[in-house]
Structure formats: C-alpha cells, structure tokens
Design a protein around this ligand. Structure first.
Ligand SMILES: Cc1ncc(COP(=O)(O)O)c(C=O)c1O
Length: 475
C-alpha cells in the first residue's frame, strides 16, 4: 500500500479500513470482551494507583508512531490493572451504573459510525434515534411529552442547561433579553437551593453566572429535604421571581424534596422550579414508587443521568425543559451552513455543544433491550436490595443505618469516625466489594449505592459479610 513519506501510518489508501486497522479493531473487541468476562470474580477495585501507572503512559510524545494493533494491544494490557471495575455488580460506590453490555456494544457502533450528532441533515439515523430516546424517556419518567430535551454528558451539564434556560426565561419575563444583552446590568434573580444540594447544581449556578455564594440556602430536615417553612419564608422575601433548585435523590440519603407542596408555592411567586434528579428522578418511572416524588412533574426543568440508574455507558444525561422554546433559545447555535431553524428537530438546538458524538444511541439500545417494564423492574429491584441491605445490618449494634431507605442509597456509620474509616479502608482494600465514603450530618459515612443492573441479593450478602468482618477486625 502506498505510504506518505513523512509517516508510514498516514495511509494514502482510499480504503477506510486497511488490514492493520481491522486488526486493531478486532483486538479492541477481543480485549473489551475479555475485560468484561474477567470482572466476575475479580476484585472490585483497581490494583494500581495513578503513581504506579505514570511510567507506562507518561513518556514524551514519540517522534515516530507505532502500528495500530500494537497501540491497542499496549493500551489494553498496560491499562488493565489501573481500570476500576465500576461495572462490577459488587461496586457500590458513588452512584455509578454498570455500562450495560448492549449499551456498550451500541457505543462501539457510535465510534465506528463517527457521526457528528449535531445535525439531522448530516446524521439522519442518529437524529431520529436520539429523538426517540428523548420521547421514550419523557414517557418513562412521567414528564410532559412536549418538553424540550437535550442529550448531554451528564447531570452537571444537564443542571447547567436547565439553570441557563431558567435564567434567560426569568429575565425575559422582566423584559431583559439575556441572549443579546448578557447579564451585566440585568435585573436580579433570587436563587434558592437546599442546604443539602449536590455540588453539581452549585457548580451549575457558577457556570450560569449566578454565583452560588449569593444563593439562599434553605434549611433541610434530617434526610436532607428542604423544609417548606424555610422555602415559604425565603419566597416571601424575594423581590423578583426566583429560580428554585430542588432535588430528587439526595446523594447520601436518596430522599427527595416535597415537590407536591413546594412547586405550586414557587409558581405562586412566579418562580421557576428546577429539579436535580441525577439518579433519583428514575423513581418516577416506577408506578409503585412514584409517590416518593409526588408532584415532580409540575417542575419547569429537570436534570437526570442516563449513565447512572439507566446503566448507560459514560457519558450521557438528559437536560429536560418543560417549555422547549426556552431551552432552544438558551442553547441553539445556528450557522448559515446548518439547517434552517424551525424546520427539523436538531439535536444541537438543545445542547451546549454543536459537534458531538451520538451519545444517545447506547441508551436507545438499552431501552429497546430492557423495554419499559425492564427499566421499571431494575429500579424497583435496586430499591428493594437497598432495603434488604439496611434490614440485614439493622440487628448489628456496630453499624447504624443513618437514613430512611427510600431509594437505592444506604448511608452507614460505625460508633465513631475512626471506626467508620477503618471499616471502609479494610473493605476497599480487600476488594471483594467496593462501597465509597461520604460525610453526612458531620459524620463520616460508608455510602452504598445499588445501581448496577447485575447486582443481586447474593452481592448484598457479600457486602454485609465484608462490612461485618471488617468491623470485627477494626474493633
Ligand atoms: C444528586 C446528583 N446531582 C448531580 C450529580 C452530578 O452528576 P454527573 O456526575 O453525571 O455530572 C450527581 C452525581 O453523583 C448527583 O448524585
């Protein structure tokens, strides 16, 4: 095959795939499958830390390249021990989904297709698939069917987009065109947010120019839910219609704000209710659990992840805004070479990015594979497993379940912080299971999140066994 003079790996072949490229792709697939098959029974934590990996990956950029198959072989083998098996059914840290195999397989296609998902003209199949994901998710989540939806990288960006749409709409109601005039000199928008909100919506406030420091933090109850009295008092003090950031699924307790009472109150003050529902909003997909989020569908915007409870591969989340026009006005960026506004559904109208990968496709595959009942069953099963975990630990005086278990999150603490830390360290070091750390009401906690599609009762039994064994050793 003819090669360029300067670099033998810049192929001049008109074939999109030469034999070495094919070999590289096949090697990647082989290694991907071997990795997945090795998860079961392997440790739920990585063997190596960043410092152990520096020598393997951090050399100077080589002047001459390597053949594609060699690069892939090296990557797969050299990274292996530094890969955290987040997708192990015994990984209980943070809130992390299991990158479901059917979604991962679809993700291979996404990379192979190399579509720029910005435009329906350029990537017709992807645009239709992603629009379907949006429709299916609105339906599953019980949110208004005509809402605007952007498929974004995750809940942080989803929160940012929702807050930006709220900002522009609230300012427009006061006669200020933020899209044209920006924020300098704009009327005030009061911002209210719960004292136990996740850091992501606080960052989103910063990105949107609100400054989290000027937000009014609302008092919360023992589970992290805003107190209605605090909300009401703060609303009464607002000179202008406010933005109120609510939460479905507190990271430590899984508890949700009292939407049924809070949202009508916010609307009575002509405010905008935004809900950070990164994982918790999925409870609304399950009829039997829907009451735990009663009234959430009355909000003006929502942020939810696909890569957490739906178990989509990273990175994927949804930015949902009831008034699609408000989302599009805040997000759209049309150049003369792009489709005419208003004629077609354009993915880029609802996201901060123009060019991006077709990140909705893996979720389409997962939704089609599980069906609505499969998604509902998975969410309900995880909640039941969280309850089972709490019940199994209830009789042990050495470990306390700190939260009311209302979703998939269980917050555990031992008699004092030192013991909690020692137990967590032992459990993580042994590596049969992997819960993570947290801080709740001034106490160190062991946080267990049940959000992997494959986790079952036997995995919870191992988690209990490991926690109790570590407690005995620590004591
Ligand atoms: C309640 C909540 N909001 C927002 C986020 C941020 O989500 P992401 O990491 O997908 O941006 C998280 C992540 O755990 C979360 O639990």
């Amino acid at each position: 095959m003819p090669m360029t003079e300067s670099n033998p790996f810049l192929s001049q072949s008109r074939l999109a795939l030469d034999p070495e490229d094919r070999q590289a792709m096949e090697a990647a697939l082989r290694h991907a499958i071997a990795f997945r098959e090795g998860i079961d029974g392997g440790p739920a934590r990585p063997k190596l830390r960043p410092a152990d990996l520096v020598d393997r990956f951090s050399g100077p950029l080589p002047e001459t390249g390597e053949p594609a198959p060699a690069v892939i072989e090296a990557l797969a083998t050299e990274a292996r021990d530094g890969i955290h098996p987040h997708l192990s059914p015994r990984f209980f840290g943070y809130v992390i989904g299991g990158s479901m195999p059917v979604g991962t397989a679809a993700d291979f296609l996404v990379s192979a297709w190399g579509q720029n998902a910005a435009s329906s003209w350029e990537s017709p199949a992807v645009a239709v698939i992603e629009q379907t994901v949006c429709r299916w998710c609105l339906d599953l989540l019980g949110l208004p069917a005509d809402s605007g939806v952007g498929i974004v990288t995750g809940a942080t960006v989803a929160n940012t987009q929702g807050i930006m749409a709220a900002r522009d709409a609230l300012l427009a109601r006061q006669g200020w065109d933020a899209g044209e005039r920006g924020l300098f000199g704009a009327p005030e928008i009061p911002v209210l947010i719960g004292a136990d909100a996740h850091s992501a919506p606080l960052a989103a406030l910063r990105y949107a120019g609100f400054g989290p420091g000027r937000a009014i933090r609302l008092d919360t109850d023992g589970q992290g839910r805003i107190r209605l009295e605090a909300l009401e008092n703060a609303l009464n003090d607002c000179a202008n219609p406010p933005l109120v950031v609510l939460q479905a699924g507190q990271i430590n307790t899984g508890a949700s704000d009292p939407f049924a009472e809070a949202i009508p109150l916010i609307h009575r003050h002509h405010g905008w209710a935004h809900v950070d529902g990164a994982f918790g909003l999925w409870l609304h997909a399950v009829p039997a659990l829907r009451d735990r989020l009663k009234g959430v569908a009355q909000a003006d915007s929502w942020a939810v992840d696909l890569h957490k409870w739906l178990n989509a591969p990273y990175d994927a989340g949804l930015s949902i805004v009831r008034d699609r026009a408000a989302l599009v006005a805040a997000m759209t960026a049309r150049g003369a070479y792009l489709p005419e506004p208003g004629k077609t559904w354009e993915p880029s109208d609802s996201t901060l990015e123009l060019s991006r990968r077709a990140r909705g496709v893996p979720s389409y595959a997962i939704l089609r594979h599980l069906g609505a009942s499969g998604v509902r069953d998975m969410i309900a099963r995880h909640c039941a497993l969280a309850r089972y975990l709490a019940d199994r630990l209830a009789s042990d005086p050495g470990i306390t379940v700190l939260n009311e278990v209302v979703s998939n999150q269980v917050a555990l603490a031992c008699a004092d912080d030192a013991t909690t830390q020692a137990v967590l360290d032992r459990v993580q070091t042994r590596g049969r299971v992997y819960p993570s750390h947290g801080l709740w009401r001034g106490r160190k906690i062991i946080r267990c999140s049940i959000s992997n599609h494959a986790t079952d009762r036997a995995d919870i039994d191992v988690l209990v066994e490991e926690l109790l064994a570590a407690l005995r050793e620590a004591g």
